[in-house]
Design a protein around this ligand. Sequence first.
Ligand code: MEV
Length: 312
Amino acid sequence: MISVNVPGKIILFGEHAVVYGRPAIAIPVHNIQAKVTISPIKSADEGSIYLDAPNVNISAWLHDLTEGQPLREAIQLTLNALNIHEFPAFQIKISSTIPVASGMGSSAAVSVALIRAVSIHLGNPLSIEQQSAYAFEVEKLHHGTPSGIDNNVVAHEKPIFYTRGEQPQIFIPGERMVFVIADTGIASQTAQAVEGVRERWVSDEDYYEAIFDQISELTVLAKRAINTGDNSTLGSLMNQNQVLLKALGVSSPEIEKLVQCAQSAGADGSKLSGAGQGGNIIALVPPSNETEVSNELKKAGATRIIVAEVSA
Ligand code: MEV
C-alpha cells in the first residue's frame, strides 16, 4: 500500500500581483494535509481504477467520472506522462484536512498527492517539478488563470519566493516565524476574485500596475527581512501589503475586522491571505503572544484558527 501526505499552504506576500508577473512568497502549512492511499484490487479488470473521495462525495470508477473532472484529470495526466496504460487494478482513497475555499491550497495539495502517489505506485516516481507542473494543469480547471504558486509551494513543501513561469526559489528563514491564521468563515472564490481584479485592471491599467509594483517592492523587502530574521520589519511590511490589497478591492469588512484585531492583540503584522473577499487572514505573532492573539481573533468572530510555524 502507498500512502502520501502533502501539506496545505498560505501566501505571505504578493497574492494577486503574482498573477501579473510580480514575485510572491508562500509557506507550506504542515499541520493540515491532503492524504492519498493506494491499494490493489484483486477482483477488478486490468487497468481499472476505483476512486473513493468522501470529502467531495465521489465513490466511482475513474472512467465513470466526466472528462475534465479535476481528480480524473490529475490521474490521466500522470498515466500519460508515465506512458503506462496496463496495470493491475487499484483503488485510490483521497482525504484532506485542508479547509476548502479559504486560500490554503486544498486543490493543489490533492492534485500533487494524487500525482505523486500514482507515480510511486506504478514504480516510476515523477520529480517534484513534474508533480508541480501537472498539478498546475489541474489548477487551471479549478481556478481559470492561476499563477502556479500553490502547486509549487505544496509540491516543494518548503517556503518559496515565486515568480510566474520561473522555478521557485526555496529559502530558509533566519529566525523561527509563528503565524496565526484566522478564517473569516466566508468562502473565498479564487477564480471570481482574480476575475474581479482583472476587470478593474482592464478599466485602469496604470493605476493597478502601480499597485502591483508597490506590492512587488514589499515582497522583495519581505524576503530580505525573512532571511535576516527581522520579524518586526516583516510585520510592518505585512500591514503595508494589506493596505494595497484593500486598494485592489479584495478585502472585506470581515477581513478588516480580523486584521485590526490581530494588530491590537499584539501581532507584529497581519493581512489577508490568498484571493481574499473572505477566506483567511494571517498574523505574524511573537511566539509568547500566540494564545492571546488566537483568543482575541476567536472573540472577534474567527471561525477557525490554525497556527503555522516555519523554523529557522
Ligand atoms: C490564490 O491563492 C492566490 C492568487 O494570487 C491567485 C494565484 O496566484 O493564482 C489570488
